[in-house]
Design a protein around this ligand. Structure first.
Ligand code: SF4
Ligand code: SF4
Length: 367
């Protein structure tokens, strides 16, 4: 399925230290015009038709998508309908600008589920993480009172390393039993709190160990990437960052109608051209052609991958991550250290605990 990341604005009023957008981009208050949105809608339809895809997933992204008035989404949905785009919708938001007037739209178009981003150290209000958390939780309470279900995405920075147990406790205490860990991508920018592949893998090992310890005590907590890893190691099925087809399946639309295929490339690489240009120009765009041919030719698959048992479904993971040789200190872009840990658990007396966790999280059909 084609996933269309639509960014009605790049403006954001939070200012996270790990944001993938350069500051000058997220300070730009430009909102996508309806004229541009019509072009975006046409582009999605034509692209999906070209790839023989019937349904499209529209992901409202940003910047902060809730800084855009509700009327904009009403209008945009009419345009999607007129264009003949069918499928599903979701939104990824900080929740900070949430107001109850969005609730019926989220219920009608997204089944009442809203993706929210929350991180422990990199979001601050007046320089304080605690103040940010208080404000975030007041919005969580408001959204829950409106009948919405919130799914959290969290980016791991250096400040979260070794804290999986404390982090899970915080989420459980605040009513979140399912989260998703994002890989902190350092693409075209330098971040002080960025984590290496190995550090990220070690966090994931810490996380799965703590999840299983809770599971043994009948306390349910799940995380999406751990489940994708279990599915991959057991069944050889690609998912999440492993075996990604983002290069051709994702379309990203900037507020001014510029296009690309990955939000992490925004402001750092030339775009694939504008929606005001013909589809053919986007398909033949030099930046796009380089990215697609590099991915198709397996440029990020390195020598160490050819002897790796996970290659058929990992395919070297995210193409933006450096694919280092797995060793005691370094890890590859597929986080082999973490995958090997999953495999080790499957070969140990804790296999049943791992399978029970996966089953409870709803992936029993794969086990
Ligand atoms: S070595 Fe790493 S990146 Fe390469 S296939 Fe194996 S897990 Fe994936
Ligand atoms: S290139 Fe990497 S970060 Fe970008 S969409 Fe693909 S998997 Fe995600």
């Amino acid at each position: 399925m084609i996933t269309a990341y639509i960014k009605p604005t790049n403006f954001c009023n939070v200012g996270c230290s790990h944001c993938y957008l350069p500051e000058f981009v997220r300070a730009n208050r430009t909102m996508m015009s309806m004229e541009t949105f019509r072009k975006v809608s046409d582009r999605i339809k034509n692209y999906a038709d070209q790839y023989g895809e019937g349904e499209v997933h529209v992901l409202w992204h940003g910047g902060e998508p809730l800084l855009v008035p509700m009327e904009w989404y009403d209008h945009a949905n009419k345009v999607l309908q007129e264009t003949g785009i069918t499928g599903s919708q979701s939104m990824q938001t900080s929740l900070v600008p949430y107001r109850s007037e969005y609730a019926s739209f989220i219920k009608e178009k997204m089944g009442g589920r809203l993706g929210v981003s929350y991180d422990f150290s990199s979001r601050k209000l007046n320089g304080s993480s605690e103040a940010y958390t208080d404000m975030f939780m007041s919005k969580v309470d408001m959204a829950r009172a409106d009948g919405l279900v919130l799914g959290v995405t969290m980016t791991v920075t250096k400040n979260e390393l070794g804290r999986a147990s404390e982090i899970i406790d915080w989420y459980l205490v605040h009513g979140f039993s399912t989260i998703k860990i994002e890989r902190y991508t350092q693409h075209g920018m330098v971040y002080q709190d960025w984590v290496t592949n190995m550090e990220h893998s070690m966090f994931m090992v810490d996380l799965i160990e703590n999840i299983l310890a809770l599971h043994e005590k009948n306390i349910y907590f799940s995380e999406g990437v751990t489940l994708s890893a279990i599915r991959g190691v057991m069944q050889g099925i690609s998912g999440d960052r492993w075996g990604t087809s983002c290069v051709t399946d994702f379309l990203v639309f900037e507020p001014d109608g510029e296009t690309s295929n990955c939000t992490d490339r925004t402001g750092k690489e030339a775009s694939f051209g504008s929606v005001y240009q013909p589809l053919k120009m986007m398909m033949e765009n030099e930046t796009r052609s380089k990215i697609v041919s590099s991915h198709m030719s397996g440029e990020n698959i390195k020598d160490h991958c050819f002897s790796c048992e996970y290659l058929s479904w990992c395919k070297s993971g995210c193409p933006l991550q450096v694919n280092e040789v797995p060793s005691e200190r370094t890890d590859c872009s597929g986080h082999k250290y973490f995958l090997d840990h999953i495999k080790k658990i499957l070969g140990s007396e804790r296999r049943d605990v791992l399978l029970s966790y996966a089953k409870k999280a709803g992936i029993s059909e794969c086990l």
